[in-house]
Design a binder for this molecule. Structure first.
Ligand code: B12
Length: 215
């Protein structure tokens, strides 16, 4: 199989919620030497995005969306396990979570793994995380960066609340903030006063390094 064929089959596997094919393509892609994040970005993510588009226009319904999300989780697990794990943790400390009211965590989980693989110490707060917890945890662990994920236009407000709460507690200058998630944009980051917006996990690493003066 060529690389393109593997990407195409990976995409199809997610769209069709075919767990066996996801498994096969993830392992096959890695065995053939495709970089884990390339396989994710060119194969599986276009698949789940297509599912989202079909769901958005009513061509696919919630049960199918859930099934595709499940096989996507499987792909994420295999890809994450293939990322280099034990790097020197000298890049900085980041707390990351999906904001309250939002249970989307596939992207956040990829971000966590890639940050770890790039030498960051990561505290993963999980999903549906109350806004106060982002700040409490950052204080507790002495984080440099607070990263938040939001996948719903309604829950993006949580990212704004993080900025507001930080200001209220007089802590805004203490942390750098990065926002991400499919509906999130640079414009939104500017509007709420976040330090950076990340398009994807790799962009997150770049921005985090820049913010900490290590870029
Ligand atoms: C999978 C999925 C689900 C799964 C989630 C499973 C899980 N464990 O995550 C399930 C089925 C549970 C689900 C539920 C719902 N979903 Co949904 N879902 C999706 C879907 C198809 C894909 C999301 C995804 O995983 N993408 C793949 C990952 C890799 O991408 P990502 O999350 O964007 O993350 C990347 C970047 O954004 C970035 N990033 C993200 N966060 C961060 C954070 C930091 C710090 C950094 C640096 C970077 C970063 O890096 C990541 C890696 O590259 C999207 C469609 C879409 N295109 O987004 C809809 C979508 C987000 N869902 C939607 C909806 C409506 C819902 C429901 C309300 C449906 C319902 N009626 O119940 C519920 C909401 C539940 C809730 N309260 O949260 C809508 C949202 C519409 C809107 N305007 O807000 C979408 C857009 C679908 C659509 N077209 O209508 N969903």
């Amino acid at each position: 199989m060529t690389k393109e064929e593997i990407f195409e089959a990976a995409q199809k596997a997610v769209v069709e919620a075919n767990g066996a094919l996801v498994d096969e393509m993830a392992h096959r892609g890695l065995d053939e030497g495709i970089a884990p994040m390339e396989l994710m970005n060119q194969g599986f993510i276009p698949g789940i995005n297509k599912v989202g588009d079909l769901f958005g226009v009513g061509k696919l319904f919630l049960p199918e969306l859930i099934q595709s999300a499940e096989v996507m989780q499987k792909a994420t697990d295999i890809i994450n396990a293939a990322l280099p794990a034990d790097q020197e943790k000298g890049m900085g400390k980041i707390v990351v979570g999906t904001v309250e009211g939002d249970i989307h965590d596939i992207g956040k989980t990829i971000v966590v793994s890639l940050f770890k693989a790039n030498g960051f110490e990561v505290v993963d707060l999980g999903r549906d995380v109350p806004i106060d917890r982002f700040i409490e945890e950052a204080e507790k662990v002495g984080a440099h960066i607070i990263g938040s994920s939001a996948l719903l236009t309604t829950t993006m407000e949580g990212q704004k609340k993080i900025e507001q709460e930080l200001r209220k507690a007089d802590l805004r200058g203490k942390y750098k903030t990065i926002v991400g998630g499919a509906p999130v944009t640079q414009r939104w980051a500017d509007r709420i006063g976040a330090d950076a917006f990340a398009e994807d996990a790799a962009d997150g690493i770049r921005k985090a390094k820049q913010l900490l003066g290590k870029g």
